[in-house]
Design a binder for this molecule. Structure first.
Ligand SMILES: [Zn+2]
Ligand SMILES: [Zn+2]
Length: 349
């Protein structure tokens, strides 16, 4: 199946790689849809919407236990069409090299299974906005390495938490609950850090192959650190540093005070992200109340956002075609299948 040049822009959105149709006749053979009737321009929005629903990329954060290619097998066994992985233990600075043979196997298998896009979630210790220069330098090296690893295995994007707000201890133990940047000085440091990493990559890849892009993920930001202003800050940082765009986490947005259950909350979010590309959604329900600043993921439909709120978010115009990756709790073997089923129902297929 092939999505041809000439198909409406809307249909390209679910690719995640590009929001625009290619200029030439190039065809994407990995995940495609035969779409010739559209040449006549007769498809209604309703029909296009249905096609987007069917083709929407849906996946989980998959374990790399047993080697990177194992994550692809796990995602495929769950019926996923995209996935996110760590490239190493995300809670430590230590790294072991990815053998070239393992990287090759990953690239081949990923293509064979049609998993696309592939996201790497960067190390949680990275803090690009830290006031401590030592932490910042370490973070820059680690992020550069994460991106190098993404290039090696052919991943499309690296997702990173920007860092802690100014005013927190620089060595605040980063974990999944790390906050987003809000203070001016934190913002300046963040942009400087991003420009350094992305600038050196640009030089390296001037004539090279397509390199992985960088996505900034919104954090669960407590009100005292800016709360609902946090995504706007990230969008500005992404725009001025040349990052590929943003990853929006529904639990983090809700905990930061964005009421994504309502039309007005969604419009506000769309307004704040205008001008940058949102390329991925982390689809999670939230244990914490709106504006709680709590980063506590919940099974889809069982948290404070709820089924209606999540459905509204993923079907909202500007976010409608985006790939969805679940980071929902995983205590039982049945948890991922259960949440994927819930996600499919939310999408409407
Ligand atoms: Zn994250
Ligand atoms: Zn989280």
């Amino acid at each position: 199946m092939i999505l041809r040049k000439g198909a409406p822009e809307k249909l390209w959105a679910f690719w995640g790689k590009s929001s625009a149709a290619p200029k030439d006749d190039s065809l994407d053979d990995a995940v495609c849809l035969e779409f010739e009737p559209l040449a006549a321009g007769k498809k209604s929005d309703f029909e296009i919407g249905s096609i987007i629903n069917v083709m929407r990329r849906l996946g989980v954060h998959a374990s790399i236990a047993g080697g990177l290619p194992k994550s692809l097998e796990r995602a495929r066994a769950l019926g996923c069409s995209t996935l996110q992985i760590f490239s190493h233990n995300p809670r430590g600075w230590a790294l072991t090299d990815i053998p070239e043979e393992e990287a090759r196997r990953f690239r081949r298998l990923r293509e064979k299974l049609g998993l696309d896009p592939v996201f790497i979630h960067a190390c949680y210790l990275i803090n690009l906005a830290s006031a401590n220069i030592g932490t910042r330098e370490k973070s820059l090296l680690m992020l550069d390495e994460e991106m190098r690893r993404a290039d090696l295995i052919g991943a499309d994007y690296v997702v990173v938490h920007a860092g802690q707000p100014a005013g927190r201890p620089a060595d605040y133990p980063s974990d999944h609950e790390s906050g987003g940047d809000t203070g001016d000085s934190g913002y300046v440091l963040l942009v400087q850090s991003l420009k350094k990493v992305l600038g050196s990559r640009k030089k390296r890849f001037r004539a090279g192959p397509q390199a992985a892009g960088l996505l900034l993920e919104n954090a669960a930001c407590p009100p005292q650190f800016g709360g609902a202003a946090s995504i706007k800050t990230l969008a500005l940082a992404a725009g001025s540093s040349g990052a590929a765009g943003l990853c929006l986490d529904t639990c983090h947005a809700f905990a930061s005070g964005y009421d994504i259950r309502t039309a007005s909350g969604l419009s506000e979010l769309a307004r704040q992200t205008q001008g940058v590309s949102v390329r991925l959604v982390h689809l999670n329900d939230s244990k914490g109340q709106i504006g709680s600043g709590l980063d506590r993921h919940e099974h889809l439909g069982k948290g404070r956002i709820g089924t209606g709120g999540l459905r509204r978010f993923i079907r909202f115009g500007p976010f409608r075609g985006l790939p969805l990756v679940l980071e929902t709790p995983r205590k039982e073997e049945s948890d991922d299948p259960m949440n994927l089923e819930a996600a499919r129902a939310l999408i409407g297929r």
